[in-house]
Design a protein around this ligand. Structure first.
Ligand SMILES: Cc1ncc(COP(=O)(O)O)c(C=O)c1O
Length: 449
């Protein structure tokens, strides 16, 4: 197998950094100015970690493309890390959004759109009752709270190297098989070891052991891990996960925020999963902040039993802007006309084309890498075989290589999802865009062998 030449990698990074600076003078100017009013010169802490010496400032975005303030046009395979999986500014959502903005956006009262959305979500995901939040993080946090309240159990369980948003309880990892607070966890309110159990994905004996004492309120799971590379469940894993959680009276929360890339009803509908609670955010309102969480009939009945109307506004589930008229109108339009089966019929074959292209280069160059795909999402990872779990996937992270592959792509007009080598395909992407990525991928690899 061919290995990366580290000296050539360092040289290539220097070259790419220089090219980036030479070609993005206006972004640099804005960044220098931003440093005077924004902490670290960015509106959001993780923007400081993007590739290049400073962030590319965006001018506008449409469909699968965006342009920056220096006039470069990019193919967008990041799509706001799934927030824009619908493509940017999809016309049916834009129209509904403009129309709603003119008629008032937030009232602390429901609009009729919320009924349409609830009915459609029930039809898509098979869960009868729904609630609305502003972000997927909140949908997860509220679901965990309810799971704790109805089961009266102290722990939750997550999978090693999961990501479910900034949910305090989930920042836990396994180090040599021992649970510990995830490194660089900022100001944890309590050590997550107190609140959370963690096991590897695809490890049924570990799951069985963790749930056996009957003290876990819920398992919070992506049906396939997507934030530490794509780690797919092994055959029979989900059936066993459901059987063990039912047997131990542990609620199963399936987080579909990224795996909605599988199809219109997410991984849940495509594979017949039966969660007690399902959470989903990001693309559901075409980029307008909104998220949802749905309950099985049984889970809903248990929630209703413990609901105390007196504490509805201060009981820990909130968000003054949640369920606002604008989010609901955007969600309705998105579910009705954007995140449709027809859209997936377009994007999934394109993701296959992307995967085949990268796979062919990996083979041709004899690289010890692999690529995995889930619906309209694909991701290459720097190890020869697909990892079975988060621990194996994390062991293959190569920060330098990662930085280089992203920057080389960016300098050639392609934005990949930051922090991992993920591509998501939006409707309207063309075969030529995918083939452009394959060419750039080959060229980038050839420079470092
Ligand atoms: C699976 C999953 N769930 C939830 C979230 C949280 O989403 P948000 O940051 O929009 O709240 C993320 C964010 O990346 C995610 O990947």
């Amino acid at each position: 197998m061919m290995s990366i030449n580290r000296t050539r990698l360092e040289e290539a990074i220097t070259r790419e950094n220089e090219r980036f600076t030479a070609e993005h003078p206006r972004s640099k100017q804005l960044f220098e100015r931003a440093k005077k009013s924004l902490l670290a010169g960015v509106p959001m802490n993780w923007m400081e970690r993007l590739v290049g010496r400073y962030p590319v400032f965006v001018e506008e975005a449409s469909g699968s493309y965006f342009t920056d303030v220096d006039g470069h046009r990019y193919i967008d395979f990041c799509l706001g890390d799934t927030g824009a999986m619908t493509g940017h500014a999809p016309p049916p959502a834009v129209e509904a959004i403009i129309e709603r903005v003119r008629r008032g956006t937030t009232l602390m009262l429901p609009t009729e759109d919320s009924l349409w959305v609830g009915e459609e979500l029930s039809r898509r995901f098979g869960l009868p009752y729904w609630q609305v939040a502003l972000t997927a993080t909140d949908a997860n946090r509220f679901s965990i709270r309810l799971a704790r309240e109805i089961t009266k159990r102290p722990y939750i369980l997550v999978f090693n190297w999961c990501y479910h948003g900034t949910v305090d309880e989930t920042f836990i990892t396994l180090e040599n098989g021992v649970a510990r607070c995830r490194p660089l966890n900022i100001g944890p309110p309590v050590d997550p070891v107190v609140t959370t159990k963690v096991v590897e994905f695809n490890d049924l004996p570990a799951l069985e052991k963790a749930l056996a004492p009957g003290d876990v309120a819920c398992v919070l799971a992506e049906p396939a891990l997507t934030n530490i590379g794509i780690v797919l469940p092994e055959p029979g894993y989900h059936e066993a996960l459901r059987e063990i959680t039912r047997r131990t009276d542990t609620l199963l929360i399936i987080d579909e925020t990224h795996t909605i890339c599988t199809g219109p009803g997410g991984y849940t509908r495509a594979h017949g999963l039966q969660p007690d609670i399902l959470t989903l955010g990001k693309p559901i309102a075409s980029g307008v902040p909104a998220a949802v969480y749905g309950f099985s009939a049984d889970a809903a009945a248990r929630v209703r039993e413990i609901s105390n109307i007196e504490q509805a506004d201060t009981g820990g589930i909130g968000g003054t802007l949640a369920g606002n008229a604008l989010s609901m109108a955007a969600m309705r339009a998105t579910l009705k006309s954007v995140l449709t089966k027809e859209a997936y019929d377009q994007t999934i074959p394109l993701a296959k084309r992307f995967t085949d292209g990268v796979q062919a280069v990996i083979k041709e160059k004899g690289l010890p890498w692999h690529i995995a795909r889930l619906g309209c999402r694909a991701e290459y990872w720097f190890c020869p075989d697909p990892p079975r779990n988060g621990g194996e996937a994390a062991a293959a992270v190569d920060e330098k290589l990662d930085y280089y592959m992203h920057l080389a792509a960016l300098n050639r007009g392609i934005l990949m999802t930051p922090f991992h080598n993920m591509a998501l395909i939006a409707p309207g992407t063309r075969d030529a865009d995918i083939d452009q990525h394959t060419r750039v991928f080959r060229e980038s690899v050839e420079a470092i062998l």
